[in-house]
Structure formats: structure tokens, C-alpha cells
Design a protein around this ligand. Structure first.
Ligand code: ADP
Ligand code: GLC
Length: 488
């Protein structure tokens, strides 16, 4: 199949979170499985900084934005088994951040991403890449299905193209005023509750929910949660229920070559399952030295996270003194997100307990690798979690996860499950439950044999993409053979 993967981030070019890992990995997996994959991304400043060789595609094309025509050009590079294309328009994308600077989101994100979504459709025509499926991700590219159904339905180039929209996080919807509707090129006839209107405004994600041929979320549990409660559906649960028959839950995987403690060049000592105890002990010693932490009888607990309320960092704050009292240590590696207050709180905690708590603020992938390897426990008490990759990466590096029972965490971490016990689970996102799970984990850590077994189970869990890739392929087939809307 010809697959156009349209997204706002993808490794190895630009990343703020798990979305980038997933888009980058899927492109490679489908490439390996014989599909022709073109990834379409904005040409952010960060893409240049990634240092991969970019080749300019000769010529330019025009993209309607409101009453104007914006110019766009394309760059491309080969990346493993996929081709990657970058839509260039410096006015929109030559900036410090992907979505905002350290203070706030960019005020023109509606214009930036409606431009990008429409540019992706024009770009595919420009390079004559006629996709069977356009695979869109999150609100930033969720207008593409609406464009195809409402503005490109008479365009022969796209007569046989279907769309899949993957929902990575309902907390981000791209909610704007109705001016954005006209900027996007839609009109009053489209501004109805059944179509694009959302409480008097324009919600990009809703547009995708209404017009994509198929939908999926990134874990089976989250697929259920978002249809059954407003807490998870965030106001879109009604639309999601209407599309229930077209909505699947496919668990994310991780790229087991990218995340492998046996070959990871960032680690002071590399290790596999057989020598995990020695390898991790050496990595932990180096990490303690790096963070200025003392030796300790208890486990080293890691938090590696976007600093966002989603991640339950207030719960980590609440149990932090008890962690220290129990003789354990905590290293927090956090960046991005909307949680400036968390950074301050962890900074204060590190000042209060300098030999037991350390904060590394910033986006630093090599540091995350060293910390996954050094950690005994990986704490992720999310209030909701569409899937979560960090807990899977942690397991691969032998850091046993302590998580809340929600979304993808519930689908990947098991405390008591005949042979699959790979972590510890707090049933509710409360400080009491999280602390109880941590206590069980700390106690298990002190029982050497039981601990090695749990580390072994965690490290051998299969989180590879292959099974999920098949599920995506069936969705692609469904998009092509039985689209939710007529073609042409
Ligand atoms: P989310 O996408 O909600 O942030 P995931 O668990 O799906 O959560 O993915 C997070 C990804 O971002 C993982 O690859 C994780 O290692 C990475 N990450 C988290 N915090 C940092 C950080 N401070 N620096 C670099 N990478 C980070
Ligand atoms: C989102 C979610 C996370 C998921 C990631 C990739 O950022 O918060 O749970 O793993 O997308 O799908």
C-alpha cells in the first residue's frame, strides 16, 4: 500500500513526547513490511538541528489560507525504510519550539496546523504520491479527513484515498474560535453540530472524528474509557460513541532496536537479561555520582516525564517524603508540558533532600537512557494514559514500573497475573494507593531472588511493534475496502 503518514512530530527529526516515537516507528515497521511510506512533517527549526541531510525538492506550491495563498516548498530525506518530507514555510515553522516557547503555546497554532494539513494534501500532489491511506495523528493533522471529504471530494487525485486518524491524547483537541473555520477554507454550511461546530467554536480533533474513515486510540483500555466517561472523553465522548463501530484500540509498541540496553551507546555499561543485576548496579553507581546522591539501602526510583498534570506528578510530590523516609531515592527527569509548578516543587524537594532526590530539568534523551538503565523502579502514576511508552522502555531496561491502573498502563503492567508479573499497580490515582504500591515494590526489592525474577519478567516482555502492525494493516484494509463515506 501507499501510506502517507501526516504528523506534527516524528523521530529522528523532531520530538516532544511519545507521538514522535510512534510515528517514527510505524513508518519503519510498514516500510519493512513492504509498504511504500511517505512521512509528512513541518520543517521546524529543530529538523535542521537534527543534522540529517535534507534535499530540496525543486519548485513551489501554493496553499490557501483564508483569502490568501501561502507559498510552500518541500525538503526530503531517506530515513531507513521510509521517505520523509518536510513542508517549509519559515513564517510558520522557523521558530524555537514545535508548539510554543517556554512561556506558552504559539497564538497562531490554528493557522500553523491548518496550513500544514492542507499543505500535506497539496504536497502529495506536488510529488505525485497518490496514497491509498492517509494516516493522521492527533489534532494537528485531524483536519485532513475533513478537507478530503468536504473540499477535495471532486479531486480525482484523491478519489481512492481513505483516512485513518489515530488519537494519541484527547486532552489536546485544537480548540479555536470560529474564525479558524474560515481560515481553514470551510464555510457556514459546515458549521453545524453534526459537522465542524463545537460549542460555538471550531475543534480540529472533532473534525477528524467526524470525517476520518476509521479511528483508533493507542490502547484498548483507553478506547473504552474515552467513550464511557467525560473525564476521559473530554467533551468528545458523544461523537466518539457515534463512531464506536469505526473506533479500534491498538496498543503501541516500542522500537526494540532503538531501545536496547545491550547496544545503547549512551550507557556507561551495557547489559542484557543475563547480566542485568551487575549492569544495572554499575549504571546506578554512575547515576548517583552524576546526580550527587549518596549510597542508599533502598531502590533508585526514576520519573521520566513531560511535566504535565496528566502524569500524576502531584501524587509523586505527595509521596516524596515517604520515599525518602523509606531509604529510597528519587531522580526526576522532566521537560515540556504545562507544568511549570512541578519543576519548582521538585527543585525545592531536591534542595530539601540533597542526598536522596535529584531533578534534571530539560529535554535530554541521552540522560533518559542513562536513567532508565540506572533505575530499579520507574514511577508513572498517571491520572490518565492513552498508552504510555515510558513504562515499556523502562521494562526493557529492567526498571520495574509502578503505575496507576488506567489506559495503556492497565494493558501493559501486571502485578499479579500468573507469570506475567512485571510491575506494581495502584488501583486509584490517589497518594494512598500509589504509596501502597510503592511500599510493595520497595519490599519486593529487598527480597533479592523475587526481585531478580520480576526484573527478568519485565525485561522479557514483548513490546515489539509486529503484532500491532498487523492490527494497523487490517485497519488500512478496512479504510480502503469499506470507507465510512462514499468516494468521489
Ligand atoms: P507522552 O507522550 O504522554 O509524553 P509516553 O510515555 O508515550 O508519554 O512517551 C514519552 C516519550 O518521551 C518517551 O520516549 C520518553 O523517554 C520521552 N521523554 C520523557 N521525558 C523526557 C525528557 N525529559 N527528555 C527526553 N525524553 C523524554
Ligand atoms: C500521547 C500519550 C501517551 C502515548 C503517546 C503515543 O502523548 O500521552 O500515552 O503513549 O501519545 O501514542
Amino acid at each position: 500500500m501507499k501510506i502517507l503518514m501526516a504528523a506534527s512530530e516524528a523521530i529522528p527529526f523532531c520530538k516532544t513526547g511519545g507521538l514522535a516515537d510512534v510515528v517514527g516507528a510505524l513508518a519503519q515497521v510498514f516500510g519493512r513490511r513492504g509498504h511504500q511510506v511517505a512521512v509528512m512533517l513541518p520543517k521546524y527549526r529543530e529538523v535542521e538541528a537534527a543534522g540529517l541531510p535534507l534535499e530540496a525538492v525543486p519548485g513551489r506550491f501554493l496553499v490557501p489560507v483564508g483569502d490568501n495563498l501561502e507559498r510552500a516548498s518541500l525538503f526530503k530525506t531517506r530515513c531507513g525504510k521510509a521517505e520523509a518530507y518536510f513542508v517549509d514555510n519559515p513564517k510558520y515553522f522557523d521558530r524555537n519550539g514545535l508548539y510554543g516557547d517556554s512561556a506558552a503555546d504559539y497564538a497562531d497554532n490554528d493557522e500553523r496546523f491548518l496550513f500544514f494539513s492542507r499543505a500535506a494534501l497539496e504536497a502529495a500532489k506536488f510529488i505525485d504520491f497518490r496514497p491509498d491511506v492517509i494516516h493522521c495523528h492527533d489534532w494537528e493533522t485531524a483536519l485532513i479527513p475533513a478537507y478530503l471529504k468536504l473540499l477535495y471530494h471532486t479531486d480525482a487525485f484523491y478519489a481512492r484515498t481513505g483516512t485513518l486518524l489515530t488519537l494519541h491524547n484527547l486532552a489536546y483537541q485544537g480548540l479555536f474560535g470560529k474564525d479558524a473555520l474560515f481560515l481553514a477554507g470551510f464555510g457556514w454550511t459546515h458549521f453545524t453540530p453534526e459537522r465542524l461546530e463545537y460549542y460555538g467554536g471550531f475543534n480540529f480533533l472533532k473534525a477528524g472524528l467526524v470525517y476520518a474513515d476509521r479511528l483508533n486510540t493507542v490502547s484498548p483500555s483507553y478506547a473504552k474509557e474515552i467513550q464511557t466517561s467525560a473525564e476521559f472523553g473530554r467533551g468528545l465522548e458523544g461523537v466518539l460513541r457515534q463512531r464506536s463501530g469505526d473506533l479500534a484500540g491498538i496498543l503501541n509498541g516500542i522500537d526494540c532496536e532503538v531501545w536496547d540496553p545491550e547496544t545503547d551507546q549512551c550507557l556507561p555499561v551495557r547489559y542484557g537479561r543475563a547480566n542485568a543485576a551487575e549492569g544495572k548496579a554499575a549504571c546506578k553507581k554512575a547515576m548517583r555520582h552524576e546526580c550527587g546522591l549518596a549510597g542508599a539501602r533502598g531502590p533508585l526510583i526514576a520519573v521520566i516525564s513531560r511535566l504535565d498534570p496528566q502524569k500524576g506528578l502531584d501524587l509523586v510530590q505527595e509521596v516524596l517524603p515517604r520515599i525518602v523516609e523509606a531509604g529510597a531515592q528519587l531522580v526526576v527527569l522532566g521537560a515540556n508540558g504545562n507544568g511549570h509548578e512541578f519543576r519548582e516543587d521538585f527543585r525545592k524537594a531536591a534542595a530539601r533532600f540533597p542526598s536522596a532526590v535529584h531533578l534534571h530539568a530539560g529535554f535530554d534523551e541521552p540522560a533518559t537512557r542513562r536513567l532508565y538503565a540506572a533505575a530499579d523502579l520507574f514511577l508513572m502514576p498517571s491520572r490518565f494514559e492513552p498508552c504510555g511508552l515510558s513504562q515499556m522502555i523502562a521494562m526493557r531496561y529492567g526498571a520495574v514500573p509502578v503505575v496507576t491502573h488506567t489506559g495503556g498502563l492497565a494493558d501493559t503492567v501486571f502485578e499479579a497475573d500468573g507469570g506475567r508479573e512485571n510491575g506494581f499497580v495502584a488501583l486509584q490515582a490517589t497518594a494512598e494507593d500509589v504509596w501502597a504500591a510503592l511500599q510493595r515494590a520497595i519490599a519486593a526489592y529487598s527480597r533479592g531472588k523475587e526481585w531478580s525474577r520480576r526484573v527478568g519478567v519485565a525485561m522479557s516482555a514483548d513490546h515489539s511493534w509486529e503484532r500491532s502492525a498487523e492490527a494497523y494493516e487490517s485497519l488500512y484494509q478496512a479504510v480502503v475496502s469499506s470507507p465510512a463515506f462514499g468516494r468521489g
